[in-house]
Design a protein around this ligand. Structure first.
Ligand code: BV8
Length: 259
């Protein structure tokens, strides 16, 4: 690690040490070292000729339910086989060490929770859950497909209530974000002294607006990403590198701060 990177880590640790409230915003990059491909990574195999923006839409699902359902099944299996990496674990440790820290994630995997984070808000839903495409029993008609049998050749199972499609409980492009998660994310961005922005390309709104909202209300933004992004300009401190390596170093610097 270069001298300037070390200094950046120490400066970031000092800001965290003195912060009464911290918001962590994560994207697909935080799960990359767990073997879960990011959205910027090229899709493979059957889905190689599509972009996520083409598959992660209600229209794509209605046009070809089996293609989209099978893509989610493929990703669910990837997430189930994945384990939290040292970056997820470091975020969970920061949550325990600091007076107030919440994690707002764009990710649909449950790796933050499996690493021990308790205060996690999913802006784009959770891939492990399913619901009736029409929410036929009311908002959030959740369905446990693990106990269902159906002909997988058809793709998604039929809703046990209305017989129409079951869909993954994720937010597709063009769909609104869950109000409670977005409100919590905005309220925390406004009231935090520090926002840690980890592993996101900052291309998808409204999640990508949160760092400027935090900054506009006096927060210091720290970005953790091997690359520069549209959010880098907002960051007072840029930690360039993989979160699985940098976040444990940041936690270690914070712990030495305390003694
Ligand atoms: C909405 C769930 C409005 C599904 C996701 C033009 C036309 C149409 C729409 C729009 C438009 N312009 C803007 C929009 C709105 C649109 C949008 O932003 N589109 C983009 C493409 C321009 N947004 C929406 O549609 C949102 N809804 O606006 O609703 C509305 C209002 C009223 C009424 C109705 C509607 C909904 C957006 C949510 C979409 N769903 N996911 C699923 O997972 O299948 S988005 C999905 O993509 C992810 O959740 C994530 O948010 C995004 C990918 O972003 P990242 O997480 O940042 O990942 P990415 O791969 O991009 O980057 C990874 C980063 O990690 C990189 O920077 C890389 O350098 C870094 N990295 C790599 N390795 C590491 C690392 N970092 C650290 N460590 C490492 N080791």
């Amino acid at each position: 690690m270069t001298g300037s990177q070390r200094n950046n880590i120490l400066a970031a640790a000092s800001l965290l040490h003195n912060a009464r409230s911290v918001t962590v915003l994560t994207g697909a990059g935080v799960s990359k070292e767990s073997g879960v491909p990011t959205f910027r990574d090229a899709l493979e195999g059957l889905w190689a000729r599509f972009s996520p923006e083409q598959l992660a839409t209600s229209e794509a699902f209605q046009r070809n339910p089996k293609l989209v359902w099978d893509w989610y099944q493929f990703r669910r299996e990837l997430v189930q086989r994945a384990t939290p990496n040292p970056g997820h674990v470091a975020i969970a440790s920061l949550e325990k060490r600091l007076p107030r820290l919440i994690t707002v994630t764009q990710n649909v995997d449950d790796l933050h929770e499996r690493a021990g984070s308790q205060y996690v808000y999913h802006l784009h839903g959770r891939i492990a859950n399913n619901r009736c495409f029409f929410d036929c029993q009311g908002d959030g008609t959740y369905i446990d497909v693990s106990r269902m049998t159906w002909n997988r050749e058809f793709g998604p199972p039929p809703c046990p209530y209305c017989g129409r499609w079951v869909r993954p409980d994720v937010v597709w492009f063009g769909e609104s974000l869950p109000v409670d998660a977005l409100e919590k994310a905005m309220e925390s961005s406004i009231s935090s002294e520090v926002m840690l922005v980890i592993g996101t390309s900052g291309l998808v709104s409204p999640a990508s607006m949160l760092p400027s909202l935090a900054r506009d209300h006096g927060a210091v933004v720290i970005e953790v990403n091997p690359d520069d992004t549209p959010l880098t300009a907002l960051a007072t401190i840029k930690l360039s590198g993989p979160s699985g390596v940098l976040l444990p170093s940041l936690l270690q610097a914070l712990e030495s701060h305390a003694h």
